[in-house]
Design a protein around this ligand. Structure first.
Ligand code: FES
Length: 287
């Protein structure tokens, strides 16, 4: 069995290790509770930025630690101090990256949550090694510091593999509307008279799930699958001109789909709506 097969088997073992739930489930519940206030969730999810925050922040510590390793490897008269600063800065920068990651992780379940837990534990150990490396370097124990950093970077690499697996293989954190085919023709989704007031209604336009909302004389349409993790928006609740996803509480403005509350970081696709002969017709908004 090759190395890659072994890695794949190890990942599958993590994903089926239900024993991890004894730690993961209560921890995720506690983090969900701590990140419940909208300003906290929006800050950590990247809702304010319109882009998931965790993948942006992780580049900073990893970049600093790799740069420190390059200095350690090539060595020069000035490199010990520079490498120490890079290790220290990377360690500090890991804190906000970890907070954003923990917030994202708290909205996962089952195999994804187990992957994420091991990813987090590996990263926590890696950060601890880098912090120990910084202290060792400060005390002049450069060789020990280099060894600690090397161990930390190896663990960071393993954790990054799991993080990439979570996103690119398991689809955690991807935009669930990204592969939705645009519907360019006006498409009938039902009679205006059949739409209840202030109640989301599920519809389908050319095979794409849509949620229709009637408020007074206005009719709004958003994609029916939540961008965050695919929640059914037609089962969500309405408040103040916005729609709340039933799964993790993301809130989208009806008029343009803008994410007002995380964990969603990107807008829900808003559709164009027109009323013709008592019928509701929708089509995708360009761009
Ligand atoms: S699926 Fe997570 S907020 Fe909608």
């Amino acid at each position: 069995m090759g190395v890659l097969d072994r890695v794949g088997r190890a990942v599958r073992r993590i994903e089926t290790a239900e024993a991890l739930d004894r730690v993961g489930t209560p921890l995720a519940t506690a983090i969900s509770w701590a990140t419940r206030p909208a300003p906290v969730k929006n800050a950590l999810s990247g809702t304010w930025l319109g882009h998931p925050l965790h993948p942006l922040l992780t580049d900073v510590p990893i970049g600093n630690w790799i740069a420190a390793a390059a200095l350690d490897l090539t060595g020069s008269r000035v490199s010990p101090a520079a490498a120490r600063r890079l290790v220290g800065f990377g360690t500090l920068a890991a804190v906000p990256a970890a907070m954003a990651g923990a917030s994202d992780w708290a909205d996962t379940y089952g195999p994804e949550q187990r992957d994420g837990l091991v990813h987090a534990l590996a990263n926590l150990t890696a950060v601890s090694l880098q912090a120990a490396s910084y202290l060792a370097r400060r005390r002049g124990k450069t060789t020990a510091g280099i060894a600690l950093s090397a161990g930390g970077l190896a663990l960071t690499t393993a954790a990054a593999y799991l993080g990439g697996h979570l996103t690119l293989v398991r689809g955690t954190g991807v935009n669930h509307a990204a592969f939705q085919e645009p519907v360019t023709e006006w498409t009938d989704v039902g009679a205006v008279a059949d739409l209840p007031q202030d109640k989301p209604v599920a519809a389908t336009a050319a095979g794409v799930a849509v949620v229709i909302v009637r408020r007074d004389k206005e009719v709004y349409a958003l994609s029916g699958t939540c961008v965050h993790a695919g929640g059914p928006l037609a089962e969500g609740s309405l408040a103040d001109g916005s729609l709340r996803c039933p799964w993790h509480g993301s809130v989208f403005r009806l008029s343009d789909g803008k994410a007002l509350r995380g964990p969603a970081a990107t807008a829900e696709p808003a559709w164009q709506v027109r009323l013709a002969n008592g019928r509701v017709q929708v089509r995708s908004t360009e761009g």
